[in-house]
Design a protein around this ligand. Structure first.
Ligand code: NDP
Length: 348
């Protein structure tokens, strides 16, 4: 997708929650490049300092608010004051936790409703809140690979809360449920409280590509970047089984958030924000082809593309006018970034 550097945002301020995140870094870029002032919430000063470095080009448009936990009642009351729009990205994307309810479900769900409550109470100018949801909120994993089925915005993950909250439920199940309950809670909030704003939800599957976030430690990547880095650092001896057959570039996800904010048509909509299907086999093939120096660390396989569901991106393309980057471009650029970080951190 071509980068959009209009000045549609001049004079307006957007609050982005969770600015330290992998996805948020590109949400920041999409709004900053349009001329918006962006205030972002972080949990501590050290996260703010990292964002000041990664987004130094826009330092005069950036400000910060410390919110130690997204689910604190009234926690965003100050942060939302004076803003013209809100993008809520902060939510745990973790696949190893101690307690599914405490560590995944509650921060996602309460975090979302608390942000909305703060906006309703303290930010009268906000007419649109964009929420980062996920394909996790769409997919029905109990149906397996569903050959021939095309997931769309009409689908909702049907996992019951009690199943996801169980101590022994896999964290991946709880994470997916955290996204569907948070997204439903947001639509329910609007129905029940009739606030001054409308919401739009963005539902990406796995998000890859180079993010503008500061990475100082390749052993501590966010979940989706780690998902790719393991394929090129020697830790996978065989091509792993693919978990979700859909992906999108992080830069395109940032762009979709900005378009979802600006588009009148996006009010009350959800957007399945996907480039295409993929497998880890395809990704390994791209890395092996483009980076011969890494070939001995990348597993080699021959598995053909399986007969699995597809993800329908026609609505986001039509209504928001987006074109998505290809898997080849995204993975190539991401690996270039990993190699730069390896060199900078002495891991090369
Ligand atoms: P990251 O782990 O990089 O970012 C998560 C962000 O949420 C961080 O800013 C983190 O803050 C913040 N956060 C998490 N829990 C809390 C909390 N309890 N209180 C305050 N802040 C919190 O993940 P991603 O960038 O990948 O994910 C961002 C969003 O995108 C999430 O909503 C996720 O569900 C969604 N998403 C991501 C996909 C992906 O493949 N990456 C796919 C689909 C959706 P801190 O840095 O301080 O921990």
């Amino acid at each position: 997708m071509a980068s959009n550097s209009t000045t549609s945002g001049a004079g307006k301020t957007i609050l982005v929650t969770g600015g330290s995140g992998f996805v948020a870094a590109e949400v920041l870029n999409a709004f900053l490049s349009r001329g918006y002032n962006v205030r972002t919430t972080v949990r501590n000063d050290s996260s703010a300092d990292k964002i000041k470095k990664s987004h130094s080009k826009y330092i005069n448009q950036l400000s910060f608010a410390i919110v130690k936990d997204v689910q604190i009642p009234g926690g965003h009351d100050e942060a939302v004051k004076g803003v013209d729009g809100v993008v809520h990205t902060a939510s745990p994307f973790l696949l190893q936790v101690e307690d599914n309810e405490r560590d995944l479900l509650l921060p996602a769900i309460k975090g979302t409703t608390e942000v909305l409550a703060s906006v309703q109470k303290n930010a009268p100018n906000v007419k649109r809140v964009v929420i980062t949801s996920s394909f996790a909120s769409v997919v029905d994993v109990s149906k397996g690979n569903r050959p021939g089925y095309a997931y769309s915005e009409k689908d909702w993950n049907p996992t019951p809360y009690e199943v996801a909250a169980k101590k022994d439920a896999p964290a991946a199940v709880a994470y997916c449920a955290s996204k569907v309950f948070a997204e439903k809670a947001a639509f329910d909030y609007v129905k029940e409280h009739k606030p001054q704003f409308e919401i739009t939800t963005v539902c990406p599957p796995m998000v890859y590509g180079p993010s503008g976030s500061v990475v100082t430690n390749l052993d501590n990547l966010n979940t989706s970047a780690a998902d790719i880095y393991r394929l090129m650092n020697g830790s996978c001896k065989e091509v792993p089984e693919t978990s979700f057959y859909g992906w999108v570039d992080v830069r395109d996800v940032g762009e979709v958030h900005a378009r979802a904010f600006e588009s009148p048509e996006a009010a009350g909509q959800r957007y399945l924000t996907v480039s295409s299907g993929y497998t880890y086999q395809k990704i390994c093939d791209i890395i092996r082809k483009d980076f011969p120096e890494k070939r001995n660390l990348v597993p080699e396989g021959t598995a053909p593309y399986p007969d699995v569901y597809t993800l329908d991106n026609s609505k986001v393309k039509k209504q928001l006018g987006v074109e998505f980057r290809s898997l080849e471009t995204s993975i190539h650029d991401m690996v270039v970034q990993f190699i730069e970080i390896e060199k900078a951190t002495g891991k090369a």
